[in-house]
Design a protein around this ligand. Structure first.
Ligand code: KG4
Ligand code: ZN
Length: 360
């Protein structure tokens, strides 16, 4: 079964075709990072407008790169939740229209759940230059899902049969990377900028706090971000009334690298502490990481060091937003659920995985 997956929930317009949930036939990702970088973050209205311009060419390109026509496509899948309202609308409207015109079944896909399915893509067409995981993860599977909008631990007993063990109580970890990057004067998106500079810094240079929470698997990153802000203020010798956007220029290169390394170390250690705890309590057969922050090499290194099983990682291109993860999840979803009515599919900008397990 070949599924064309469409993703437009945030700032990537992405379309891919995946066969039987695991073989990647084409993967088109049109990133808007350059457009939003000048504003230091995603501007929702600009994101939606850019999706409109790019979505049809991206769909055509995904078919072309896979040497496919609509006759080769068995179904369409699209992210309908969660995400930015205007952005979600563009992808879902394109998918609904195509489902009607091309007479294909349509499957609505949850973006955060889909991130996990980057780990199920283990085969590819020869034309695609990616190093994929070699084996699909086994159930029960513990998933650490860490992106710009989400930080959560989910235990999957099977496809569609999962339990949200814990989640962030405030900022997502990717959001903390983005905000800290802004404080210390690094470009958007903050995750890759901090990761690149952290190599040059001392992770022990500044002692930063880890939040203590009542939920064993819950996260909180807002306090860590504020702790970095206070430490930067102390380091450059100003008080809290000093404008935060002027702080970065007062840091020298060594201080900036030390802040990047210290923040990354603490944020990653927090993620790994909770994942190790969930591993101990639930004894999963596999552990996967998903979402944009899963691209972080320090996270991969610390996780492998702390957990007593071999972890396979999805390529970085499939960790950040893409259509392949949407198409992969849709294959498993379609085994258990009927297709949706393209005339009535609605978007849901806020929808937690707490209530979305779909296994019948
Ligand atoms: O999953 P994603 O592409 O979009 C969302 O659904 O949010 O994740 C984007 C997030 C951004 O916050 C970005 O800073 C972060 O992932 N990110 C990273 C790295 N690459 C991207 N964070 C840490 N280290 C990285 N190497
Ligand atoms: Zn995402």
């Amino acid at each position: 079964m070949r599924i064309l997956g469409i993703e437009s929930s945030c700032d990537e317009t992405a379309v891919a075709v995946v066969e039987d949930g695991k073989k990647l036939l084409s993967n088109v990702v049109r990133s808007q990072i350059d457009i939003h970088a000048v504003y230091g973050g995603v501007v929702p209205e600009i994101a939606a407008r850019s999706h409109i311009e790019v979505i049809n060419p991206a769909i055509d390109q995904a078919l072309k790169e896979g040497n496919l026509t609509w006759d080769d496509i068995d179904a369409i899948a699209v992210t309908y939740a969660p995400g930015l309202l205007g952005s979600l609308l563009i992808g879902t409207l394109a998918a609904r229209t195509l489902a009607i015109l091309k007479k294909k079944p349509l499957y609505p896909i949850h973006h955060v759940e889909a991130h996990v399915y980057a780990n199920f893509i283990t085969e590819k067409a020869d034309s695609i230059d990616l190093t994929l995981a070699k084996h699909q993860p086994k159930f029960p599977m513990l998933a650490l899902i860490v992106s710009g909008g989400h930080s959560q631990l989910v235990l999957f007993r099977d496809h569609g049969d999962y339990e949200l063990l814990g989640m962030t109580q405030d900022d997502a970890v990717g959001e903390a990377f983005d905000k800290v990057a802004k404080i210390i004067g690094l470009p958007y998106p903050g995750g890759p900028s901090i990761a690149a500079l952290a190599h040059k810094g001392d992770p022990k240079a500044y002692t930063l706090p880890k939040a203590k929470l009542s939920g064993a698997y819950d996260f909180s990153f807002s306090g860590l971000k504020t702790a970095v802000l206070r430490a930067v203020q102390r380091e450059v010798g100003v008080d809290t009334s000093f404008p935060s956007y002027e702080l970065a220029e007062r840091l020298n290169d060594a201080q900036r690298a030390n802040f990047a390394a210290s923040f990354q170390h603490t944020a990653v250690e927090t993620l790994v502490d909770k994942t190790a705890r969930a591993f101990k309590d639930h004894s999963p057969a596999s552990v996967v990481i998903a979402g944009g922050v899963a691209a972080n090499q320090e996270l991969r290194r610390q996780l492998q060091e702390r957990l007593p099983l071999h972890i396979e990682y999805a390529p970085i291109q499939l960790c950040t937003d893409n259509g392949a993860m949407v198409a992969s999840l849709a294959y498993y979803y379609a085994q258990a659920q009927a297709a949706t009515d393209p005339l009535s599919l609605q978007v849901t900008p806020s929808l937690s995985m707490r209530s979305t397990a779909w296994k019948v």
